[in-house]
Ligand binder design. Structure first.
Ligand SMILES: C[S@@+](CC[C@H](N)C(=O)[O-])C[C@H]1O[C@@H](n2cnc3c(N)ncnc32)[C@H](O)[C@@H]1O
Length: 295
């Protein structure tokens, strides 16, 4: 934009930014450019189109430039906008949390299916809660449940609490900082409650694959949210091992997993004594969630 020779209309600036992003290999270049301009100007995308011939004031150009600088480093658009839609609701996001993915809505669906008929007094644990998108969505879909959400990142727990406040998932909910099930133990170290459902979207990328991820993800999203150890299943193994101690009879465990991990994870559940173990496919046809019942 340094070569700007003239006044800029919204259409000009969107076009210029889209070209620049395209050259940098961004597939969604046009959409990103529109979203960045909309965010900087406090407009929505429809207004961007309606006002496409409008000239930008110098202060508006500065605002667009500042935001675009961040997108040029491939920082995810969701961080620039400060929110991301999940299951029809806007969740606040920043660098402290993974950006909620559409495929994770499948985990919510599986969780709702597994709770069907038991939801009235159900107690649900959402491990690795991040932005809180999974647990908070379950609470908003099934208001009578009790929710305990945990995350090892205190920054993530702060974001989850902010989302809980803003979306109305506070009463009957707790958001606790700590390692997997640890915050759910009583003073003697025993499970403080039994759960009808334990749900988790844990980090599941194999350590050696992190370097090969797209730069948006690799360089900007929290490493703690991605790195699942040597084969990606370090955290999954711990959840499968500990979950039975926290589940009520017939309680369900549902976890999101990587595209090639369903077989290995199903074997882990079966070996630990789970029954009715099932994979569920995502929108792209990959087995994305594995769930089972215990007892
Ligand atoms: C893949 S993200 C999922 C976030 C959110 N549930 C979602 O679906 O978008 C994984 C989350 O697990 C958290 N995490 C990593 N290791 C953990 C552990 N040992 N105990 C609890 N949380 C952990 C990370 O901080 C991160 O927020």
């Amino acid at each position: 934009m340094s070569e700007a020779p003239r006044d800029w209309t919204i259409r000009d600036i969107v076009g210029w930014m889209a070209d620049d992003l395209k050259k940098r290999g961004v597939e969604s270049a046009r959409l990103d450019a529109e979203l960045v301009v909309a965010q900087a100007l406090g407009l929505d995308r429809v207004q961007i189109i309606i006002q496409s011939q409008r000239l930008l004031a110098p202060s508006e150009l500065d605002a667009v430039r500042a935001l675009f600088k961040r997108r040029r480093t491939l920082e995810p658009v969701a961080y620039l906008r400060g929110e991301r839609e999940f299951y029809g609701r806007a969740f606040k996001v920043d660098r402290r949390v993974l950006v909620p993915r559409p495929d994770t809505e499948i985990l919510v669906q599986v969780a709702l299916d597994r709770l069907a008929g038991r939801e009235l007094y159900a107690r649900v644990a959402d491990l690795c809660t991040g932005s809180g998108c999974v647990g908070i969505t379950l609470k908003l879909e099934l208001p009578t449940i009790t929710l305990d959400a945990t995350d090892l990142s205190d920054g993530a727990i702060a974001v989850a609490r902010a989302n809980a406040q803003r979306l109305g998932a506070v009463f009957g909910c707790s958001y606790r900082h700590g390692d997997l099930f640890e915050p759910l133990r009583d003073a003697r170290g025993a499970p403080a409650h039994r759960y009808e459902l334990v749900v988790a979207n844990p980090p599941y990328i194999a350590h050696g694959e992190i370097a090969t991820l797209q730069p948006d993800i690799r360089d900007h999203e929290p490493r703690l949210a991605l790195d699942g150890g040597g084969d990606g299943l370090d955290i999954v193994r711990r959840i499968v091992a500990e979950a039975p101690g926290f589940l009520s009879p017939g309680g369900a465990l549902a976890m999101e997993i990587g595209a090639e991990q369903a077989g290995a994870v199903a074997s882990l559940l079966l070996a630990r004594g789970f029954r009715d173990v099932r994979p569920t496919k995502d929108y792209g046809g990959h087995e994305r969630v594995v769930s089972g019942l215990f007892g």
